[in-house]
Design a protein around this ligand. Structure first.
Ligand SMILES: Nc1ncnc2c1ncn2[C@@H]1O[C@H](COP(=O)(O)OP(=O)(O)O)[C@@H](O)[C@H]1O
Ligand SMILES: [Mg+2]
Length: 229
């Protein structure tokens, strides 16, 4: 299996008052192409921080993140922003859609960073919305949709630029379990069909068990790696 993403000896700390809080402690991991990896751990264990560091959103104090061998934090911030737009997609717990845009425009938005032509972008956005079961809601704005539907829009948006890796941070954390399962169904279906790599933070053992590998964080330390399939 080809390595797509690796982290080497990541340390990340926050200054709280005059003392440093070590949130990630010497974290190393490898993600292989086409894998679905879950990250579990108690609240405050550093899961979101790790996801942000892996996705090029948060510079670690020390250590390296390599994406297809490229050192993400040695890029200039402009290059790194471009790298993110082209290579990774994020889905957050709260959907972060823009209220003034309809859902086609929301999904198509990342294509601006790639300078895809507008018509191509709109067609692709509609295709993705179809695939998350929202083909009949294209003209709607986010606030006219339920939470689960909004998260399906966010999934479509994350896939817009055909990223290599999708990062999802507790994507069903704000949803009831039935709605959450439906959202996950679409997420896994789209990721699987396109052989994207998925790194998913979750509190749910059941959700983690859908992934091909489970990682655990405890107080900022990666403690266990268990193969599921
Ligand atoms: N901007 C910040 N400033 C200070 N502390 C932070 C900041 N962001 C996160 N933390 C702290 O870092 C720790 C890990 O946070 P986080 O990665 O969000 O954990 P998780 O996602 O596992 O709940 C927590 O103790 C949290 O309070
Ligand atoms: Mg978190």
């Amino acid at each position: 299996m080809e390595t797509i993403l690796s982290a080497e000896n990541i340390d990340r700390s926050y200054m709280v008052g005059s003392t440093g809080l070590n949130v990630l402690k010497d974290v190393s991991l490898t993600v292989y192409e086409g894998e679905t990896v879950s990250i579990m751990g108690e609240s405050g264990s550093g899961k979101s921080t790790l996801l942000h560091v892996l996705g090029g959103l948060d510079t670690p104090k020390s250590g390296k993140v390599l994406f297809r061998g490229r050192d993400v934090y040695r890029m200039s911030s402009v290059r790194r922003a471009r790298f993110r737009a082209e290579n990774v997609g994020f889905v957050f717990q709260s959907f972060h859609l823009l209220p003034e845009l309809d859902i086609v425009e929301n999904v198509a938005l990342p294509s601006m960073a790639k300078r895809t032509g507008k018509r191509t972008a709109v067609e692709r956005a509609k295709q993705l919305l179809d695939e998350v079961g929202l083909g009949d809601r294209m003209k709607h704005r986010p606030q006219e949709l339920s939470g689960g539907e909004q998260q399906r829009v966010a999934i479509a948006r994350a896939l817009m630029n055909e990223p290599d890796v999708i990062f999802a941070d507790e994507p069903t954390g704000n949803l009831d379990s039935k709605t959450g399962n439906k959202v996950l169904h679409y997420l896994f279906q789209l990721v699987g069909a396109r052989r994207h790599t998925l790194v998913l933070v979750t509190h749910s053992e059941e959700v983690a068990s859908r992934c091909s590998r489970e990682l655990f964080l405890k107080d900022g330390v990666l403690i266990d790696q268990r193969l599921v399939k």
